[in-house]
Write a protein of this length. Structure first.
Length: 317
């Protein structure tokens, strides 16, 4: 290609081609104008460095195109740590940015190329590629599932602020997976819209369609579990808050006689004969004690002290 770094491969006995483009190379991007079936709008979008987009052109029958960008790897902790796939698809041509095959957990570059040769056209080939991306997602979600199972039991056995923080981390991670999957599901629908319903009968389209659906169902269920955990934590936090308030209320009420009598006798008015009584001090203690005991039995009779005095070791949360 005259010094170009683009790599082109043919599949299914030359029926369709897959071209890799180094989008960071101005030479490669400029050379796209020389390819017969490339939309200028897609080339312009490469310069804008979009990481999530989808457009199509169905103005000419038999020459339909879809193009855009998707993120096929995203670090859950670092927003900038992501890998983007730029693509342009027609019936006979697939053009993509260069792919980091090491990020594909479920296959190798060699096996992917072998599978590509079973695709009758570029659309089927693109669906193979999307299917492998989703397969990588599924393996990542399996690791996420193991973390979620461990977290589920920690909610019961070691429930504290650290558990709540981890629930929030896992909830964020589930949203990252959902965010990665939505553009791929959108491509699935766009392919059917742009290239007519006949693509739905393709073997690789059907397989990838089911894989995307399975991935969506799994992550939706895990996200629902996390929402339940958040709700449970809210209930537990509210219950613990109520217990604290109740305990403080009981303590305040029990010490009310000490506070009240102490405040009265601390005034030391001249007309307080009990201050000069010989047994005034023990009488004062007895009055305070009887008042406190009386209030305690009143609270106990009303069963307002049961949960406060209950052994916390018997509690499950």
């Amino acid at each position: 290609m005259g010094g170009e770094t683009m790599d082109k491969q043919s599949f299914y006995k030359g029926e369709w081609e897959w071209t890799f483009v180094d989008v960071s190379s101005d030479q490669d991007v400029a050379s796209l104008h020389n390819l017969p079936k490339v939309k200028k709008k897609w080339i312009e979008s490469l310069k804008e460095e979009q990481n999530s987009s989808l457009e199509m052109d169905t103005s000419e029958e038999g020459e339909e195109f879809i193009w855009g960008s998707i993120v096929y790897y995203q670090d859950a902790e670092d927003q900038s740590e992501q890998t983007v796939l730029h693509y342009s698809l027609s019936q006979e041509t697939l053009i993509t940015s260069k792919i980091d095959f090491s990020l594909f957990r479920a296959t190798s570059e060699e096996q992917l190329m072998k599978n590509m040769d079973t695709a009758e056209n570029a659309i089927e080939g693109f669906m193979i590629l999307l299917g492998e991306i989703v397969a990588s997602f599924l393996q990542g979600i399996d690791e996420f599932e193991n973390q979620l199972q461990d977290l589920l039991w920690r909610v019961k056995s070691k429930n504290n602020e650290n558990v709540l923080d981890e629930i929030m981390d896992r909830r964020h991670e589930s949203l990252v997976w959902i965010n990665l999957l939505i553009p791929i599901a959108e491509i699935r629908s766009a392919v059917q819209e742009a290239f007519d319903g006949e693509v739905s009968s393709g073997r690789h389209f059907r397989r990838t369609h089911r894989r995307i659906t399975r991935c969506q169902e799994i992550i939706d269920k895990y996200d629902a579990q996390l929402r339940e955990m958040v709700d449970l934590e809210t209930v537990i936090s509210s219950h613990r808050g109520n217990e604290i308030v109740k305990t403080l209320t009981v303590i305040t009420v029990l010490f009310a006689p000490v506070t009240a009598w102490g405040a009265i006798w601390a005034m030391r008015f001249e007309t307080m004969p009990e201050i000069k009584w010989k047994f005034g001090y023990p009488i004062a203690l007895i009055v305070i004690a009887l008042s406190t005991v009386g209030i305690y039995y009143y609270l106990k009779k009303k069963r307002w002290t049961d949960s406060v005095l209950k052994n916390p070791e018997n509690r499950k949360f």
